[in-house]
Design a protein around this ligand. Structure first.
Ligand code: JCH
Length: 270
């Protein structure tokens, strides 16, 4: 094996779910499909009901203490993980609204693991001995309640897999995108130069690469200030970034017709 090939280690992902069919479409298109075909990643989706022992393959039960809904039983989850675990290197991830926030940084760290098991719950959640006993990393993809852990598992897989070396054709593109840099992306344009009365900013057609780089950085800062001030507060801004930020603040708010509604009609938090 050459030095180049030695770096190209296979990553394995085992998904445990009551609805394996939910993974068939998303994992068989585009980049996730190619990542598997090229042998960089292996994703196995398993039906949790295979690890139930009763005749009716029951995976849920009523919550102790009463209350509405059902809870995922511990036995199928523990037995499945026992069967799939590959020694110490295996990390178990449980998707839940009670998890710690999943982020780009978390995706980058998890993309370095050799073997992950992702457990998707259903019903009103799972017996709390599941994440505790499995010493799982409990992750939330955001503050909204979904019907189960399948869509969150796909989100986590997608975010991790595109960071695995060799998965994206261009090895630099995942590094340079916005969240890695702590700012939102600058606006992009392609042909035609004017569409439905909206012109491409003339500087992008100027051929002046230095001026274009400055404009892009300034627009990235403007967007981040307007849409995600929380990100801007944590961003590592250089001296020239601070000058661009001062210019943006001097110029004031964007005209209301310039972009999607961010006023009372459509806010990011209710
Ligand atoms: C899940 C549910 C009512 C949970 C069952 C398993 C993750 N970020 C994120 N949002 N939603 C999830 C998620 C993950 C796994 C499961 N549900 C549905 C329904 C609940 O409390 C009343 C809790 C949701």
């Amino acid at each position: 094996m050459s030095l180049r090939e030695a770096k190209k280690a296979l990553k394995r992902f085992d998904v445990l779910t009551l609805f394996p069919g939910m993974f068939q479409g998303p994992l068989q298109e585009s980049i996730l499909r190619r990542a598997q075909e090229s042998g960089l990643v292996e994703i196995r989706v398993h039906d949790l009901r295979s690890w139930t022992s009763d005749r009716h393959h029951v995976a849920d039960d009523q919550p102790y203490g009463g209350g509405a809904g059902m809870v995922l039983k511990p036995e199928p989850a523990f037995e499945a993980v026992d069967d799939l675990r590959q020694g110490q290197s295996t990390k178990v991830i449980v998707l839940s609204p009670q998890g710690i926030p999943f982020s780009q940084g978390m995706a980058a760290r998890l993309a370095e693991e050799d073997h992950l098991i992702l457990l998707c719950g259903r019903y009103e959640g799972f017996d709390d001995r599941i994440p505790r006993g499995l010493q799982a990393l409990e992750l939330s993809i955001g503050d909204y309640v979904l019907t189960g852990g399948e869509v969150p598992a796909l989100v986590v897989l997608d975010a991790m897999i595109r960071l695995i070396p060799g998965v994206l054709g261009d090895s630099t593109s995942s590094q340079t995108d916005s969240f890695a840099a702590g700012l939102l992306e600058y606006p992009q344009y392609t042909r035609p130069p004017v569409y439905r009365g909206m012109a491409v900013p003339p500087i992008l057609l100027s051929g002046d690469h230095k001026a274009i780089a400055r404009w892009r950085r300034k627009e990235a800062i403007r967007r981040t200030l307007e849409r995600r001030p929380d990100l801007l507060a944590r961003a590592a801004l250089s001296g020239s970034d601070r000058e661009l930020l001062a210019e943006v603040e001097e110029e004031g708010a964007a005209p209301p017709e310039a972009g999607p509604a961010r006023d009372g009609k459509l806010t990011t938090e209710q």
